[in-house]
Write a protein that binds this ligand. Structure first.
Ligand code: NAD
Length: 377
């Protein structure tokens, strides 16, 4: 630590399945990280890679730490040490980590550097989600949000519904939630509520300026209170906008058309599932709905667009980054988004068709598609 003390942290890496290709999955820095969480997340990665049809298996890992309590130097030393410990078990054709909750391009760059130093190789494809200067892909940071918007658009089409004017509440305003919000707004949806771990805001007539809210969150460290008119964001604007502050857990039970859990697992449980008023649940987080809650949502007629489909745009673009690194061939942003659109449309179509053919939920259909592909690999 900066003050000279030595502190020990626990890190994890789970390799679930590599039948279709190298293990693939993010690294999370969060106090709740443990072996059970990493195992569940690795399993979902195996399913997701098969559904979006990229030649990867499933892995996941992370460190049990609150990175917000570390200085930049402490975070770097912790990451580099973790990378040295991981080096024997990861590699471009073995296991390829990526960012997840509280990890980002800078952290991936450190891991690449450390891996290359330990193995004496040039291996940009050992991790994805790197910065562009260090071998990252155009569009990677927006990819998961962009993919979620494409999945929603396709499913709404099958339901004969128009996204324009549909109201949306998003829980979690990090990488995934913030990009998704912008894509949904572009599609004509009205974003009425946003929250982070500390709280949130609800403006029934719609949050007009997402950039101002994001800048306000960056400045104040929280989204609650970011009632913005132009560049002026403060609580005194709240009443004029007809808004109110909300608790993070209230985001999902607001009277809206679409809810988006985009934070952590187990956000929708048997305790709150019955209170959900939205008819569409777009699962951008991994594992946001418990099995009991899933049944309640199905009984109540909600359409759940499952995590393994909805957030698979991230790993699709990770695959494009890995390909670009392997071929030493950078792609333009246009090419990346074109390829992402193709992947998301193909995945959504096969899942929707399987759901119709088997008269089952989109989640069960997604698993059917994944298991079929894995069994044939
Ligand atoms: P992030 O760290 O950038 O953001 C997480 C956000 O969730 C933060 O705004 C945090 O304040 C908020 N949050 C935490 N607990 C909350 C709570 N109880 N209520 C409301 N908000 C809360 O992480 P991210 O990369 O955006 O990942 C979010 C989810 O999406 C995770 O489940 C992750 O596994 C999943 N995911 C991420 C990617 C990716 O490309 N980053 C890809 C697929 C899936």
């Amino acid at each position: 630590m900066d003050d000279g003390r030595v502190k020990t942290f626990r890190g994890f890496r789970v390799q679930h399945n590599n039948i279709r290709g190298p293990y693939k999955g993010g690294l999370r820095y969060h106090p709740r990280v443990d072996m059970d969480e990493a195992k569940a997340l690795a399993f979902w990665m195996t399913m997701k890679c098969a559904i979006v049809d990229v030649p990867f298996g499933g892995g996941k890992g992370g460190i049990a730490v609150n990175p917000k309590e570390l200085s930049e130097g402490e975070l770097e030393r912790l990451t580099r040490e973790f990378a040295r410990k991981l080096a024997p078990v990861i590699g471009p054709d073995k296991d390829v980590p990526a960012p997840d909750v509280n990890t980002n391009a800078k952290i991936m760059d450190w891991i690449r550097e450390e891996y290359e130093a330990v193995t004496h190789t040039k291996a940009p494809a050992v991790v994805t989600g790197k910065s562009i200067e260090h071998g990252g892909s155009q569009g990677r940071s927006e990819a998961t949000g962009a993919g979620g918007a494409l999945a929603l658009q396709s499913i709404l089409k099958t339901l004969g519904r128009d996204p324009r004017g549909m109201t949306v509440a998003i829980q979690g305003f990090g990488n995934v939630g913030s990009h998704l919000a912008r894509y949904l707004k572009k599609m004509g949806c009205v974003i009425v509520a946003l929250s982070d771990s500390k709280g949130g805001l609800y403006i029934p007539r719609g949050i007009a300026d997402l950039d101002a809210v994001e800048a306000c969150k960056e400045k104040s460290g929280r989204i609650a209170g970011c009632y913005c008119v132009g560049s002026v964001c403060d609580l005194s604007n709240m009443e004029s906008l007809g808004g109110k502050d909300i608790q993070p857990e209230d985001t999902l039970t607001l009277p809206v058309d679409i809810i988006v859990p985009a934070a952590l697992e187990n956000a929708i449980t048997k305790e709150n599932a019955g209170k959900i008023q939205a008819s569409i649940v777009l699962e951008m987080a991994n594992g946001p709905t418990t099995p009991e809650a899933d049944e309640i949502l199905a009984q109540n007629g909600a359409t759940v667009i499952p995590d393994v489909l909805a957030n698979s745009g991230g790993v699709a673009v990770s695959y494009f980054e890995w390909l670009q690194n392997k071929r030493d061939e950078p792609w333009t942003e246009e090419r990346v988004f074109g390829a992402l659109q193709e992947k998301m449309e193909a995945a959504t179509t096969i899942v929707a068709e399987t759901s119709a053919a088997h008269k089952c939920t989109l989640r069960d259909a997604a698993y059917l598609v994944a298991l079929e592909r894995i069994s044939k690999a």
